[in-house]
Design a protein around this ligand. Sequence first.
Ligand code: SF4
Length: 404
Amino acid sequence: MTTANLLDFDLDGLVVFCERLGEKRFRATQLFRWIHQRGASDFDQMSDLAKSLRAKLKTAAHIQGLPVITQQESADGTIKWLFDVGDGNAVEAVYIPEDDRGTLCVSSQAGCAVGCRFCSTGHQGFSRNLSTGEIVAQLWHAEHFLRARRQHPLQPGEDHRVITNVVMMGMGEPLQNYAALVPALRVMLDDHGYGLSRRRLTVSTSGVVPMMERLSEDCPVALAVSLHAPNDGLRDGLVPLNRKYPIHELLDTCLSYLAHAPRDFITFEYCMLDGVNDQPEHARELLALMQVFRQRAADLGHGVGCKLNLIPFNPFPESGLKRSPGERVQAFAKILLEAGIVTTVRKTRGDDIDAACGQLAGDVQDRTSVDARMARQRQLLQPLQPLQPMQSLDARPSSGSPRA
Ligand code: SF4
């Protein structure tokens, strides 16, 4: 008999499951706490649950995380896990410690169908959506691994959490796996689960406009948007989804989202690609776009409106792209900063373990023919043809999504 994996349920789902077993709501809350706050996977550990309930659970349910294929640790404390999700597929989660926070970057799909030109996950093609349990299992594993490693006795009332922030910026487009994503976000937000605030939980999207609108109603967490280009001609070639949802439509939706967002700004991500989108004229075009967005946001009563995050590209051979030189990134940032747009340049973390999402998983599985996919990419990328000679210049054996 197949039994239910309890990692697949948010609290409401677990209540329904327990009611089917003839149990009251508060039992579901107890169970939920055991799983997520204490990391329990064995019903016999759950000492405050009646023996009769534990017996029922053993026949109807299980708590199953994801097998870890590898765990790599960087000298800077970054940890990257590669999880087995079956059928030769693997996904990654990356923990990034900082002085005042611990951030986990979580994957939502095995592969990705969006196919952004600069992203190694996109180059791997799409395998399948992760289930809610597979998304939650990345946080469940990381949090309880890190907590156990601290090895100090917890005091009553102490904040147990090691992971204070989660970003859905790993492998996959989260909003193309909406049905599994939203219950997973609810587990992360639930005070009986991980108790994250909506400000500390970020969904990053390449711009799936209808699902951004739904997210603003169903579970309005912080939003990051992968922009990467200041005009449609350029963005069409970098983020193919732009052909369906062009920049003006995307920005209109971002403005609507601000009415529900936990912060008064949207973060726009911009991956800096040598000779592609990193010139002063691109910065000025981006500035004009952001100034209009900021003014419209202010007119609607949203203070800051937008922040820009410039991301150093993690090169991988199939992309034919190179990282912008540091001085060009600084010059680009200066144009925006001097005009008052809040702009940061993302620090690279975990370089010694290739901690940009998408790298290890690509080594583990490569289901689709690289040649066929690259031929398709080249057809789609006519606007970038003048840059083709670069492809032969960069043969470094690393790859990665800019969203790590
Ligand atoms: S950047 Fe994100 S949306 Fe684009 S291909 Fe990579 S994982 Fe998919």
